[in-house]
Structures are given as structure tokens and as C-alpha cells.
Design a protein around this ligand. Structure first.
Ligand SMILES: C[S@@+](CC[C@H](N)C(=O)[O-])C[C@H]1O[C@@H](n2cnc3c(N)ncnc32)[C@H](O)[C@@H]1O
Length: 476
């Protein structure tokens, strides 16, 4: 039996959606009735009718809004929900990061309708992967939600295995090992270094945001996510909420929505100052404004390349691998036409990535990237690099084929002949080894003894000649 008559429940629906945004379809009004009944109990009303009537007398006060929201909202969320959206963020964030690197190393992100925190923490994990120097940054990720129970759970940062049910950018076990502490009861707690990046605050997206300026830090955001929240809103309240969110962005900042947030499918005009970047069915919008904030991918990728090179030189191979892989992924996402122009950049990324991966001992991965490099350009030094990696991963026969190809392109390529000799010696083929040692010796004798042999790590002609002579006497 209905607690409220039809007219009353319709009016309650309107009053509540004006305060909270959430609006119930006619076939779900019984859920609304239940929520009002539970909220009335929370607020110690013995009669839900009395509470219902009170709701009409004035606009809802904060306590009433919170009590109703507690029973109306839906807690469906999990880590890296909609991986494609995170892939798109991976494509645009490096440019933003690069821009911010020169502006005090600060990043501010808002997860609006953050629920129990999985979205906000996923962002912290994503940034950790993208920014090898994240410890030098001031990262401020704010999760805002109307449901205080969800916020309390988010602050606790303890999750059951169910929170990992989505497809993720990296295997769940790896994520758990990097960012969680396994608890005895089978749950997982976010590690402190991630918790420090994230704060959770009360936020009502149906309200005027001026009330939240302090909680939100009084500064604009570089990125705002609002996903699977406005889907429950009264249609007339979606655009105003999006407009309010867009005003919180820095010029050049990004707004990521779920398809369900966009008022009508494929709509590009959600707020005057936002420019759509619809790709891969992901709804990303960029706030227009200051020219300096416009994202120009290629110059920023050049910076990424140089940063990767620097890390490689410093011997921080795992950081260089991350920076270079990310840069390369971004480059690959650029359109085909554009990529043709950027082919030289792509080759440079690949070369450094192959070196980083080899230094990390990941020879199979290095070989895969080296094969791509050689496909783009089969010049002799790339063939040699690929051969080195193949030989390290035990694929000597394939390495020999590439080395021979390199020698056709450059007959006086001492490093290639020397490597062919070494492989032959290793395989017990002294005849072939002697042939290539002879070739190396002839080439080296024509070069200045103190000069460095090309494609070696600084070995001089004199040093290599000595080694060659020793090997030749051993291979008789
Ligand atoms: C389905 S969850 C989505 C969580 C997360 N964004 C995601 O996509 O996985 C929707 C969240 O929106 C919150 N919400 C609903 N109305 C809101 C409002 N007016 N202001 C702020 N948050 C609201 C709910 O409390 C809930 O946590």
C-alpha cells in the first residue's frame, strides 16, 4: 500500500530533484517513497507523512538533503571503470603534465560524484604510472559526493575484491601489489602514499558551487571527471550542472564525462566554453581560453622524448621506459596522416625504448619494439640494435640475418662483423668466426687507434683490435 497519494509523491519528486538533482521515473516512485520513509526514520520523524509535509514548507536544509541522499543514491563503481576513458586520459594528460611541470608542478583534479572513492584512487594510480617524478609534485585529487556514508568509506580506502571487477589498464594483481596492502580478511587497503594525494569532501552537484569553494580548495581544476552521476538527474538540471563544473576548470583543462552524462547522445555542445574531443566513444571536453594552455601534442612529445633520454642516461631505466612508452602510445594515437610527419619522432622514441627495455633485462619486449623500429627504417644501426636484442633473448639465428643485412648496407661495419664472429664462436663454428674476425681486423686497421668504434659503448679501435687478435689466436 502506498504511503503517499499520487499527487504528493509527484510533488515530492519535484522538490527533491530541485535540491539534489535526482529525479525518479514514474515506474520507480515506490523506491522514492521508501527512501523518504528511511530518511524520516534517520531524522527521528515518527510519521513519514509529517516529514513529507515538512519537505514542502521550505527548501530542504543540509541535514534533510543528506538524509535523503543517503537513501536515494546508487553506489555502483569500481576501479578503472570504463578503461577506454582512462586510455583517453593517458593520451591527453602527458601534455597537461608537461605544461604544469613548468608551472610549479601542481595538478588539481576533481572526481565529481566519486562515490566510495574508486574513481579518485584510480586517477592517483594512473598519474603515478605517468609521472616518474610524482614525489616532487603537489597532486591534489578531490573526490566530492553527496552521500556521507560513501565519503566515509572512500576516506577509509578499504576495498573488497569486488571493487576490482572491471577490465583494468594493468592486471589486477599488479595493481594490488603496487597500490594496496592486503588485509587478513581478504580485503585491500590503499597505501598511504596514494591516500595522501586524495581528499574526500561533501559536494552537491545540484547546488550553487560557491558554497563549496573552500572544500574544493578555492582554485580551478586541471581535470574534472563526472561519470555516471547526472544520469539520475532531472533532464533540465544536467546542463546547468555541467556549466557549473566547466567554470571550475582552468583554461585548457579537461572535463571527462560518461556517455550517460551527455544530455543527448553524441551532443557536442554541453557548455559554451567547452570544446568536444570525441574519440573512441569517450566524452572528453576541453575548456577554451588562454592560448598558452592550448594543447599542442607534438612539441610536448618532443619534451617527453628528451625527458626519457635524460632518464636513460641517468640509468633510471624503469622511469625512462615508462616515459617513452607513454610518449609512444600518444604518438600512435595521432592520426595516420599526422604520424607520417612524425615518423622521425616515432623512431627516436622506439630506439630509446628498446635501450631502456634491454637495460631492464626485458629482452622479449625490447625485441618486439626493435622489430617495429626496423620495420619503419632498416638502416644499419637499427638493424644492429635489433640484432643485439635478439641475440640477448637467445634468437641468434635471427640476429645473424639482421647483421648480414647491416653489412650489405655498410660493409665496413666493424661492430656487426665482430658480433657475427662472437655468435659463430659461441656456436663452435670457428671457420665462420675466423672469417668475420678477419673482416673486423681489416676494417679497424684503417681507423685511428684512439677513435671509438661505432655502435659500441665507447670501445676504442685499439681495444677492439686487441680483443680481435686474442680471439683469432684462440680460434685457430
Ligand atoms: C553510480 S555512482 C558513480 C561513481 C563514479 N563516478 C563512477 O563512475 O564509477 C553515482 C554517485 O553520484 C553521487 N551523486 C548523486 N547525486 C549527487 C549530487 N547531487 N551531488 C554529488 N554527488 C551525487 C552518488 O552519491 C553516487 O556516489
Amino acid at each position: 500500500m502506498s504511503l503517499f497519494d499520487q499527487e504528493l509523491i509527484n510533488r515530492l519528486n519535484a522538490v527533491i530533484s530541485a535540491s539534489i538533482g535526482i529525479h525518479y521515473a514514474p515506474d520507480r516512485l515506490s523506491d522514492l517513497e521508501k527512501a523518504i520513509e528511511l530518511a524520516a526514520q534517520d531524522l527521528n520523524f515518527s510519521d513519514p507523512q509529517q516529514f513529507a509535509l515538512k519537505l514542502f514548507q521550505a527548501t530542504l536544509n543540509a541535514e534533510e538533503v543528506q538524509a535523503i541522499a543517503r537513501h536515494l543514491t546508487i553506489a555502483e563503481t569500481y576501479f578503472f571503470r570504463e578503461p577506454r576513458a582512462f586510455d583517453e586520459l593517458e593520451a591527453v594528460l602527458p601534455s597537461l603534465i608537461e605544461m604544469r611541470r613548468g608551472q610549479g608542478k601542481k595538478l588539481r583534479i576533481l572526481s565529481a560524484g566519486c562515490c566510495t572513492g574508486e574513481e579518485a584512487y584510480s586517477l592517483a594510480m594512473l598519474l603515478t604510472g605517468l609521472m616518474p617524478d610524482i614525489d616532487d609534485w603537489q597532486i591534489n585529487i578531490i573526490g566530492g559526493d553527496i552521500n556521507q556514508d560513501y565519503l566515509a568509506k572512500a576516506k577509509l580506502g578499504v576495498y573488497t575484491p569486488w571493487a576490482f571487477r572491471g577490465a583494468m589498464s594493468e592486471p589486477a594483481d599488479r595493481l594490488k601489489a603496487r597500490f594496496f596492502r592486503a588485509l587478513e580478511n581478504g580485503n585491500f587497503e590503499i597505501v598511504d602514499r596514494l591516500k595522501k594525494m586524495v581528499q574526500f569532501v561533501y559536494l552537491n552537484l545540484a547546488d550553487d558551487f560557491q558554497a563549496y569553494e573552500r572544500q574544493l580548495g578555492n582554485q580551478p581544476f586541471d581535470l574534472i571527471l563526472c561519470r555516471n552521476v547526472l544520469i539520475y538527474f532531472d533532464k533540465t538540471m544536467i546542463k546547468p550542472a555541467l556549466q557549473r563544473l566547466s567554470r571550475l576548470l582552468i583554461p585548457g583543462g579537461w572535463l571527462l564525462l560518461a556517455a550517460t552524462e551527455v544530455p543527448s547522445a553524441g551532443e557536442k555542445e554541453i557548455a559554451q566554453n567547452l570544446k568536444a574531443r570525441l574519440h573512441n566513444d569517450v566524452y572528453l571536453f576541453q575548456r577554451e581560453g588562454a592560448k598558452s594552455a592550448a594543447i599542442n601534442v607534438v612539441p610536448s612529445l618532443k619534451n617527453e622524448l628528451e625527458y626519457g633520454r635524460k632518464l636513460l642516461k641517468q640509468g633510471d631505466y624503469s622511469a625512462s621506459e615508462k616515459v617513452l612508452s607513454n610518449g609512444l602510445q600518444q604518438l600512435n594515437r595521432l592520426g595516420q596522416e599526422r604520424r607520417k610527419l612524425d615518423i622521425s619522432l616515432q623512431k627516436q622514441f622506439l630506439e630509446l625504448l628498446v635501450r631502456s627495455l634491454s637495460n631492464l633485462g626485458r629482452f622479449e619486449d625490447a625485441a618486439a619494439q626493435a622489430a617495429l623500429l626496423v620495420q619503419l627504417d632498416d638502416r644499419y644501426d637499427y638493424l644492429y640494435l635489433c640484432a643485439v636484442v635478439l641475440s640477448e633473448s637467445g634468437r641468434s639465428d635471427e640476429a645473424c640475418l639482421l647483421l648480414k643485412k647491416a653489412l650489405v648496407a655498410k660493409p665496413d661495419f666493424a661492430a656487426a662483423s665482430f658480433m657475427l664472429a662472437s655468435i659463430a664462436l659461441h656456436q663452435g663454428d670457428t671457420l665462420t668466426a675466423r672469417h668475420y674476425l678477419q673482416m673486423v681486423s681489416e676494417v679497424l686497421q684503417k681507423l685511428p687507434p684512439e677513435s671509438v668504434v661505432e655502435c659500441t659503448d665507447g670501445t676504442s679501435v685499439k681495444e677492439l683490435l686487441n680483443i680481435v687478435e686474442q680471439l683469432r689466436s684462440g680460434a685457430k
